[in-house]
Design a protein around this ligand. Structure first.
Ligand SMILES: *Cc1c(COP(=O)(O)O)cnc(C)c1O
Length: 397
């Protein structure tokens, strides 16, 4: 009897009861817009920002409509505009080059290493081409942030961190999103907190924070924020900063606040699952696991491993065999972009020179989500199935 996994890789946990109750309160009073508050009422959105600033240790936080919006807002706040070059990862997801293209700028891609992080040597060679790096901690893998920041600081390149997969993670004790000048997070359903759509942005820089607040569409109501700079900071900026509406609403914030309180426990649960898969796949012939550096505190909400230098038909055979046993793998080597998986050479609006070393890694990445609806037994079963199928296909040569 070959076992078959029957869980769903896209099924997240329900919204916690406390979030449902808070959402019903908002629905019943009807004041969903963040600046629509009763006398003496503090908006859920403002409270979420205050709590998220405390969670990350940032001076300022802003809640917005999506993670992609947060990235675009960060670029605009830094004054990135038409024709500017922005360094970014070749291994990332579509909202990252999309945010760059949306302000009329042009991504300059930096390669990926076998550890699935940005190639710092490639970055060093390209630092003179741009004044901003949009660094994507893709799938939660964090590069040597000390070295990256030293390189960027020396070159005068400012760093925006895309923490869509690292909310709650850290490097050398500093929260992800707090190394660069701005940190951006997503609260879309597949990330570490779920409000359907949503995003957060943090910074210690008062002027950038004020610009971001104005950009998000605060009209002149910035004094209703609890995690924004004081009104003086807005004195000039309010006349100079366009409104590019992208606010978060009180309904989403109400859903998110209890999730933020529970995030440390959720991270521990994700990492329990990650470790079961990792252990189950140790020493699988043909498979290269990703060693996590000691300085990195990660959130194991997804799992990646490499089948290095396997020819494409062999990987395709593996994917088909795993799928037949209920294990859904994503692959970054397919010729055509599929679902959430696309590649730098699929983004034809932002053409790139060929990157053979990066292509070799992308063609080897096996990727799967580990939603918290999976039990530890589920994770052990997934690892058994993967191990069996990878070994079988590997042996076929
Ligand atoms: C999800 C995601 C984002 C932001 O996406 P939204 O769907 O706009 O919230 C940004 N970068 C990466 C790598 C992502 O996975």
């Amino acid at each position: 009897m070959t076992e078959r996994f029957t869980g769903s890789f896209t099924q997240q946990e329900p919204i916690p009861e406390q979030g449902i109750a808070a959402a019903l309160d908002v629905l019943r009073h009807g004041r969903l817009h963040r600046y629509n508050t009763a006398p003496d009422e503090t908006a859920e959105t403002a409270l979420l920002e205050q709590e998220f600033a405390a969670f990350t240790g940032a001076r300022y936080a802003l809640a917005v409509a999506s993670g992609g919006y947060a990235l675009g807002c960060a670029l605009r706040a830094l004054g990135v505009g038409p024709g500017d070059a922005v360094l970014t990862n070749a291994f990332t997801l579509a909202p990252v080059p999309g945010a760059i293209a949306a302000v009329g700028a042009r991504p300059v891609y930096v390669g990926v290493t076998e550890a699935l992080v940005i190639d710092l040597d490639d970055l060093a060679a390209k630092l003179d081409q741009a004044r901003v790096l949009m660094l994507s901690h893709m799938r939660g893998h964090i590069c040597d942030m000390d070295r990256l920041m030293a390189l960027c600081d020396a070159a005068g390149v400012r760093v925006i961190e895309d923490c869509a997969h690292t909310m709650g993670a850290s490097w050398n004790g500093t929260a992800s999103g707090r190394h660069g000048i701005l940190g951006c997070y997503s609260t879309q359903t597949y990330k570490h907190m779920n409000s359907g759509e949503g995003g957060l942005l943090v910074t210690d820089d008062a002027e950038l924070a004020a610009r971001a607040v104005m950009l998000s569409g605060s009209y002149m109501l910035y004094d209703r924020h609890l995690a924004a700079p004081p009104p003086e900071t807005f004195a000039e900026l309010k006349y100079l900063t366009p409104n590019v509406s992208g606010r978060m609403d009180n309904l989403r914030a109400a859903i998110l606040r209890p999730q933020l309180a529970a995030l440390p426990d959720q991270i521990a649960r994700w990492n329990d699952r990650y470790r079961v898969v990792d252990q189950g796949l140790r020493d699988t012939p043909g498979l290269r696991l990703i060693d996590r550096p000691a300085a990195e505190t990660y959130v194991g909400s997804s799992f990646q491993a490499l089948v290095l230098d396997w020819p494409a038909p062999k990987v395709q055979a593996l994917l088909a065999r795993c799928a037949a046993r209920g294990v859904e793998l994503k692959w970054f080597g397919a010729a055509e972009p599929v679902a959430f998986t696309s590649r730098y050479d699929s983004w034809r609006y932002a053409p790139a020179d060929p990157m053979p070393a990066t292509d070799r890694i992308l063609a080897a990445i096996l990727d799967m989500r580990l939603p918290l609806t999976f039990s530890l037994d589920d994770c052990a079963q997934i690892a058994r199935i993967l191990r069996a199928e990878i070994s079988a296909v590997h042996q076929q040569g």
